[in-house]
Ligand binder design. Structure first.
Ligand code: 13P
Length: 342
């Protein structure tokens, strides 16, 4: 493992004013997104949609890397250039989702365990030859106070798998994005989210240490500390920023170069505002705080595209605009009033 090389890639991915575009939706997930705009999800439409995103003019001004799905890293643009090569030629680093999804943690349990360790080393060699130099693995932690979720079993087994994944990836000279997502769906309070996120991150870093993962060569992709979607008391932007930063200070070692948040189902504007507030609040953080959004970057383009070629340009403009707002938020310079000027 070349630690210098890993550190260089990790830093480049989270360096201000850039962040990561997560475009690694599985076939099932992208179908749900396409269903919402009444577009059939087939191989060609998924290819066309990803081409639209990646070929957005000047995307590289705000986007350092793109996370791809297995199908997408094997696809080509309409000029027969592989997407990975196109991105590399345009100064954007291709990455790849390598977990194979989540199964029930136990029979009849609602909790999930993310899988994909078997044969991972071999798959990584292939992804590397296809152009990827970083990877992603997402673990899912659900809060439900009535069902005593999350269980210690769920947090600890997912943390173990995340760390084992990170170790295998680094041994293959690639950068792992470690993504423990505490899901925002539910009635829980922001305090519940704070407690569970802290506990999860502490466990994750304990396991990363046990597995001898080089922290200078990973990126952490956590949820923000936020009120459950069904909770009556939705915390303010300031409170979300304060509790998220507090949790990160408590749990994340300073060797980690960057923290790139997921959006998790927040509205586009709130995902940007929260990131902006954190970067505005604290200028001297030990890590770069940036974004690795899926929905909060893609939603406006998806709803402009509608599967029609004549809408490609406005869909690309929408992705460019959202990326620019989030880029501004990496330095605390986003102004929400500019949303109304679109
Ligand atoms: P969202 O930003 O839509 O949560 O997606 C990020 C991601 O990569 C989920 O694994």
């Amino acid at each position: 493992m070349s630690t210098d090389k890993l550190n260089l890639i990790a830093k480049k991915l989270c360096e201000k004013p850039k962040g990561i575009l997560a475009a690694d939706e599985s076939t099932n997930t992208i179908k749900k997104r396409f269903d919402s705009i009444n577009v059939e999800s087939n191989f060609e439409m998924r290819r066309a949609y990803r081409e639209l995103l990646f070929k957005t003019p000047n995307l590289k001004n705000f986007i350092s890397g793109v996370i791809l799905f297995d199908e997408t890293i094997r696809q080509e643009d309409s000029d027969k250039t592989s997407f990975a090569k196109y991105l590399l030629d345009n100064d954007i680093i291709p990455g790849i989702k390598v977990d194979t999804g989540a199964i029930h943690l136990e029979k009849n349990s609602q909790e999930k365990l993310t899988e994909g360790l078997d044969g991972l080393g071999k798959r990584l060699e292939e992804y590397k030859s296809l152009g990827a130099s970083f990877t992603k693995w997402r673990a899912i932690i659900t809060i439900d106070n009535e069902s005593n979720m999350p269980s210690d079993y769920c947090i600890e087994s997912n943390s173990f798998n995340l760390a084992r994944y990170a170790k295998i990836v680094q041994d293959c000279d690639m950068v792992p994005i470690v993504e423990p997502e505490v899901i925002m769906d539910g009635e829980h309070s922001i305090e519940d989210c704070y407690e569970v996120t802290c506990k999860t991150l502490k466990n994750v870093f304990k396991q990363l240490e046990l597995h001898k993962v080089f922290l200078g060569g990973i990126l952490l992709k956590p949820n923000m500390v936020i009120s459950g979607t069904l909770n009556k008391n939705q915390a303010s932007v300031e409170t979300v920023a304060e509790l998220t930063l507090n949790c990160l200070h408590k749990c994340v070692p300073h060797d980690v170069p960057g923290i790139v948040f997921l959006s998790g189902g927040q509205s586009n504007e709130l995902a940007t505002e929260h990131l902006n507030e954190m970067n505005k609040k604290s200028k001297d953080l030990p890590w770069n705080l940036s974004f690795s959004y899926g929905r909060a970057l893609q939603q406006p383009s998806l709803s402009k595209w509608f599967g029609k070629d004549e809408n490609i340009q406005i869909a690309q403009e929408a992705l460019f605009q959202r990326s620019q707002f989030n880029s501004e938020a990496t330095s605390g310079k986003y102004n929400s009033e500019n949303e109304n000027k679109i």
